[in-house]
Design a protein around this ligand. Structure first.
Ligand SMILES: *Cc1c(COP(=O)(O)O)cnc(C)c1O
Length: 462
């Protein structure tokens, strides 16, 4: 180890006087600059101590400083480009908002608003009132309420209707949703006693009827969003469960999971239960997510009988689960699109990505390929592949899609994937047979330029 080299390491003050550093101080938070300098100095000290370096220039330290500072400066939560073909990607923020919804959020969030003010009466109003009418209109329900997410919706519904009492659930419906939502646990937290009936694959009408006693408060039906039990199976229909509820004077609650307001089967997608259908068939309370197939913000929507929803509104738990102005404004803008089916399909990104035709996907894939072909060393083939809905919806469905299958020179697909992920706008791809796969379905038009620039940088060794 060279003691002279150690002595040559500049002092912090010396670096702080360099114009490059002063320039950064004018642009960036001071704490980041100081930390980056300290870490850059520490790096060189360690390199000398471990005899990896002997000679160094102040410029080398500045290079490290820039690299460290860049990562400190960049936001932790950032925009990414989704090339996975999973439309409602839970790890990538689920649904993306429509332009209108995003603009509305920005306007409402940065100004005072009538969140809890009744403009007609000139007095205190109710936070949930703005959204209730449109939800009622779209679902046919008597009343509606919005909370933080569907987990909160299930929790509030159970706590209000069943606390200290039993809810009957089929064994085939005791689901776990990614991100640790487990029906038995949520029930326990809500103070509800779980009464399991039937078997994993078959639950009969009589299993429900036999389980009912004087302490039963509800029958709970849970949509098996992310799995299917196939083969020798049986679950009573919604109509049968509603009838059992009526005959025994107990509520029927349905956690429908994603919930859609449109019948997706007419677009060639598998059937998902719609909220409208459940309400029409007489379910007392239906809960669903705002950011799955609905295509809105994270939210839990509760619809159903007015007397039960009124009770939920008085439940203290609601105060802890309540949504803010940003959620409400995004949800209102999203739901407004549903007043005309065509507007919903055209303007809500989640729906648009799911119903786009194969021909249109191909056109977009060709256009991205043409753009990328200008880059030397990049080899691109267009092939057919499958996208998935994601978000625990339609677990068995694969939607035919058009993808770019990419390789770059001798670089492995893993390395290329890694470089794309480290791009300033991270690009998330799949790998298949040592090729990087970009599914055009989830790539937005505005992403094309960023993808081009990322590959250009890779080809230039940046
Ligand atoms: C997704 C899902 C949930 C959880 O919804 P969040 O909005 O993520 O809280 C609960 N139940 C079912 C059946 C689901 O599919």
């Amino acid at each position: 180890m060279n003691k002279n080299s150690l002595k040559k390491i500049p002092k912090m003050d010396q670096l702080l006087n360099r114009f490059e550093v002063i320039e950064e101080l004018n642009k960036t938070k001071r704490v980041y600059v100081i930390e980056a300098l300290r870490e850059a100095l520490e790096e060189i000290r360690e390199a000398i101590l471990s005899e990896k370096t002997d000679e160094f220039k102040e410029e080398d330290i500045l290079d490290s400083f820039y690299r460290i500072l860049k990562s400190k400066k960049s936001d932790r939560l950032k925009r990414v480009i989704n090339c996975t073909g999973v439309v409602v990607h839970t790890n990538l923020g689920r649904s993306i908002l429509s332009k209108k919804a995003a603009l509305k959020v920005s306007e409402i969030a940065s100004s005072y608003n009538n969140l809890e003010y009744d403009l007609k009466a000139g007095e205190r109003g109710e936070r949930y009132s703005h959204i209730e009418d449109i939800i009622k209109r779209l679902t046919g329900a008597e009343a509606a309420l919005v909370v933080n997410n569907n987990a909160a919706a299930v929790m509030l519904a159970l706590n209000t209707v069943c606390s200290g009492k039993e809810a009957v659930v089929s064994r085939g419906q005791l689901v776990e949703i990614g991100g640790s939502f487990r029906i038995p646990e949520v029930m326990k937290l809500s103070g509800t006693i779980l009464r399991e009936v039937g078997t994993t694959n078959r639950t009969h009408k009589n299993d429900y009827i036999d389980a009912i006693n004087e302490n039963t408060a509800a029958l709970l039906k849970v949509h098996t969003s992310n799995y299917r039990i196939l083969g020798f199976t049986l679950e009573p229909s919604i109509e049968e469960i509603v009838e059992i509820g009526k005959e025994n004077n107990i509520s029927v609650i349905e956690d429908i999971g994603s919930g859609t307001l449109l019948d997706m089967s007419k677009f060639g997608l598998p059937e998902e239960p719609t909220v409208i259908e459940s309400i029409k068939k007489g379910i007392d309370i239906v809960t669903f997510s705002g950011d799955k197939l609905l295509g809105g913000p994270q939210a839990g929507i509760i619809v159903g009988k007015k007397d039960l929803i009124d009770k939920m509104k008085k439940n203290q738990l609601l105060r802890a689960l309540r949504v803010d102005k940003m959620t409400l404004s995004a949800l209102e803008a999203t739901l407004t699109e549903y007043l005309e089916e065509k507007d919903a399909i055209d303007n809500i990104p989640t729906l648009k990505m799911l119903v786009i035709s194969y021909e249109d996907l191909n056109k977009r894939a060709v256009s991205l390929k043409r753009r990328l072909s200008k880059i030397d060393g990049l080899s691109i083939k267009l092939t057919d592949d499958f996208s998935t809905v994601g978000g625990g919806s339609m677990p068995l469905s694969k939607i035919k899609s058009r993808v770019l299958s990419i390789s770059y020179g001798k670089m492995s697909a893993d390395k290329l994937e890694n470089k794309l992920r480290e791009n300033n706008v991270p690009i998330i791809v799949r790998i298949n047979e040592d090729k990087v796969i970009m599914d055009i379905r989830t790539v937005q038009d505005r992403d094309f330029t960023d993808i081009y620039n990322a590959f250009l940088n890779i080809s230039r060794g940046v």
